[in-house]
Design a protein around this ligand. Structure first.
Ligand SMILES: NC(=O)c1ccc[n+]([C@@H]2O[C@H](COP(=O)([O-])OP(=O)(O)OC[C@H]3O[C@@H](n4cnc5c(N)ncnc54)[C@H](O)[C@@H]3O)[C@@H](O)[C@H]2O)c1
Ligand SMILES: O=C(O)C(=O)C[C@]1(C(=O)O)C=C[C@@H](O)C=C1
Length: 359
C-alpha cells in the first residue's frame, strides 16, 4: 500500500521531532524521513537509532521534494526556521509545527509556508533529545490543531488525517484560546516546578530538604527536569497569557493562605480540588477505554514482576496496563489494568491465592 506521504522532513530532530518521525515510520506513513538539525550529534543519533533515512544541516533544494514538513525546533526559533525554509517548499506540500505556543507562530507562518496549519501535541516528557523519542509518546494524545479562517480547508483535513493516523486525537482550538489554555494547564505548572526547586536550592537546609523529597515534591516538579531551552522558549513566547495565569494563581494562593485560619473552609477547598484532580485520571486524559484496575502490594524481592505476570499469563489473562507505583525498602505497589471487570476479579483471585495483598 502507498504511504500517506512520500518524503517527509522533520526540522529539529529532538524529543518531539524524533517521536513524530518514529510514528511515521512505525505506521508506514512516509516512504522517506529527512531530518534537519543544526546539531550534528542529534543527526548522528537520528541515523543510528533509525529515526531518519537522510540528514541535513542546511536547507536546500531537497526541501522542494518534501510532501510534508514538520517544524519541531524550540518555539523561539520556529518562526525564523519556517521563513528560511519557505523559499524551497513546494506549493502543494503540507506544513505544520509542534510548538507549545501557537499565536505568534501561526501568525508568522500562515501564508508564508504553503498549506501551513499550526499544531501542538499535548504529550511530552521531562527528557530531551532524539534518544528519548518514541512513537508511543503521541499515541492516544490529544493533538491540538489551530486553524484560522485563512487556513486552506484541504490542508486542515490532511493534517487531521495525519494526526489520526499517528494514533492521536485531533482537537481544533483557535491559536489565541490555545495559548490561554496551555498557559494554565502546562506553562504555569512548569513555572511552579522551577519555583519550587529554587525555593529548595535557596534554603540553608537544602541538603536535608533533598533527602526529605518524597512523592509530593517529585510529582509536582518532574517537568523542571526537561530541556531548559525548550521550556524557556515556551514560557517566554506565551508570556502575556502566562502573566494572567500567574496573577490568578497568586490570588488563589492568597485565598488558601487565609483559609489556614478557617480549617472547615479549607477542607471544602481541599475536597473541591480533590474532585477536580480525581476527574482527570490517566485513562481519561489519554482517551483510552476505561480499564479495571487492581493494585498489588509486592515485597522488595527479585522476581516479583515475573511471578505476577506468569501467574496471570498462565491463566490467559491479558494485562492491558502495568505501572510500578512505588518502590520502598519494605516493598512497593504495582497497578494493573484489565479490559473487563471479570478479568480483574479472576486476576484478584489468582494473585490472592499465591499470597499477594490487593487493593
Ligand atoms: N518536550 C515536550 O514535552 C513538548 C511537548 C509538546 C511540544 N513540544 C514542542 O516541541 C518542540 C521541540 O521540543 P523538544 O521537547 O523536542 O525539544 P528537544 O530539545 O528534545 O529538541 C529540539 C531540537 O531542535 C533542534 N534545534 C534547535 N535549533 C534549531 C533550529 N534553528 N532549526 C532546527 N532545529 C533546531 C535542537 O538541536 C534539538 O535537536 C518545541 O517547540 C516544544 O515547544 C515539546
Ligand atoms: O512532561 C509531560 O508529560 C508533558 O506532557 C509535557 C508538556 C506538559 O506540560 O504537559 C510540556 C509541554 C508541552 O508543550 C506539552 C506537554
Amino acid at each position: 500500500m502507498k504511504p500517506l506521504f512520500n518524503k517527509v522532513g522533520i526540522f529539529g530532530i529532538g524529543l518531539l521531532g524524533g517521536s513524530v518521525a518514529l510514528g511515521l515510520r512505525e505506521r508506514f506513513l512516509a516512504s522517506e524521513v529527512h531530518a534537519y538539525d543544526p546539531d550534528p550529534s542529534a543527526l548522528e543519533d537520528a541515523l543510528a537509532l533509525g529515526v531518519a533515512d537522510k540528514v541535513h544541516t542546511t536547507p536546500g533544494s531537497w526541501i522542494g521534494e518534501l510532501d510534508l514538513g514538520v517544524l519541531a525546533a524550540p518555539v523561539g526559533v520556529l518562526t525564523e526556521v519556517g521563513r528560511q525554509l519557505a523559499p524551497y517548499a513546494r506549493p502543494d506540500s503540507l506544513w505544520t509545527d509542534v510548538g507549545s505556543v501557537k499565536g505568534p507562530v501561526v501568525q508568522a507562518l500562515s501564508g508564508v509556508l504553503p498549506n501551513f496549519v499550526g499544531s501542538h501535541p499535548m504529550a511530552g516528557s521531562e527528557k530531551a533529545g532524539v534518544e528519548a523519542a518514541h512513537a508511543g509518546l503521541l499515541q492516544n494524545a490529544v493533538w491540538v490543531i489551530t486553524p484560522t479562517p485563512e487556513t486552506p480547508p484541504q490542508a486542515l483535513e490532511r493534517l487531521r488525517h495525519l494526526v489520526k493516523e499517528l494514533g492521536a486525537y485531533p482537537l481544533e482550538i483557535p491559536p489565541a484560546l490555545h495559548d490561554r489554555l496551555v498557559a494554565r494547564i502546562s506553562h504555569l505548572p512548569y513555572l511552579l516546578a522551577v519555583a519550587l526547586n529554587h525555593m529548595v536550592a535557596r534554603d540553608e537546609h537544602q541538603e536535608l530538604l533533598m533527602f526529605l523529597a518524597a512523592g509530593g515534591f517529585r510529582d509536582l516538579t518532574r517537568v523542571a527536569s526537561g530541556s531548559p531551552r525548550m521550556s524557556r522558549d515556551m514560557v517566554v513566547s506565551n508570556r502575556e497569557a502566562l502573566r494572567e495565569a500567574v496573577e490568578e494563581l497568586r490570588a488563589i494562593l492568597a485565598e488558601l493562605e487565609e483559609l489556614l485560619e478557617h480549617p472547615e473552609e479549607l477542607l471544602e477547598a481541599a475536597l473541591a480540588a480533590k474532585r477536580t484532580r480525581d476527574s482527570l485520571p490517566i485513562v481519561k486524559r489519554s482517551l483510552l477505554p476505561t480499564l479495571h484496575e487492581l493494585v498489588v502490594q509486592v515485597p522488595d524481592k527479585p522476581g516479583q514482576i515475573a511471578r505476577i505476570s506468569n501467574a496471570l499469563g498462565d491463566a490467559h489473562i491479558n494485562i492491558k496496563q502495568f505501572e510500578v507505583l512505588a518502590i520502598r525498602d519494605e516493598g512497593g505497589a504495582i497497578r494493573m489494568g484489565f479490559a473487563t471487570a471479570e478479568e480483574r476479579e479472576a486476576a484478584r483471585r489468582i494473585l490472592e491465592n499465591i499470597g499477594y495483598r490487593l487493593r
